[in-house]
Design a binder for this molecule. Structure first.
Ligand SMILES: [Zn+2]
Length: 83
């Protein structure tokens, strides 16, 4: 788990991630937010065995990141849709 957290830190410094943030859109709710307000979210949380790979990391707004917590992305999307 520590290893994946370290990898996430590295990924945050990558050009790929900066490009993701630059779009300024939350991957879950689709809200437009300022790139500095986006946070890295693991679709499959590290505590659930997710990895810090490009395919598992998406930009999320603070609200989604806070409310999603350790839910898998699919579960969070379903909850969002029911609101
Ligand atoms: Zn959001």
């Amino acid at each position: 788990m520590e290893r994946e957290r370290r990898k996430a830190k590295l990924l945050k410094g990558s050009a790929w991630w900066k490009n993701c943030l630059g779009r300024g859109v939350c991957a879950y709710c689709g809200k437009r937010v300022h790139p500095t307000a986006l946070t890295m979210d693991h679709k499959i949380p590290i505590v659930r065995g997710g990895t810090s790979s490009r395919s598992n990391c998406v930009p999320a707004c603070a609200e989604c990141n806070q409310n999603k917590q350790n839910l898998p992305a699919e579960v969070w999307r379903t909850l969002l849709a029911q609101r």
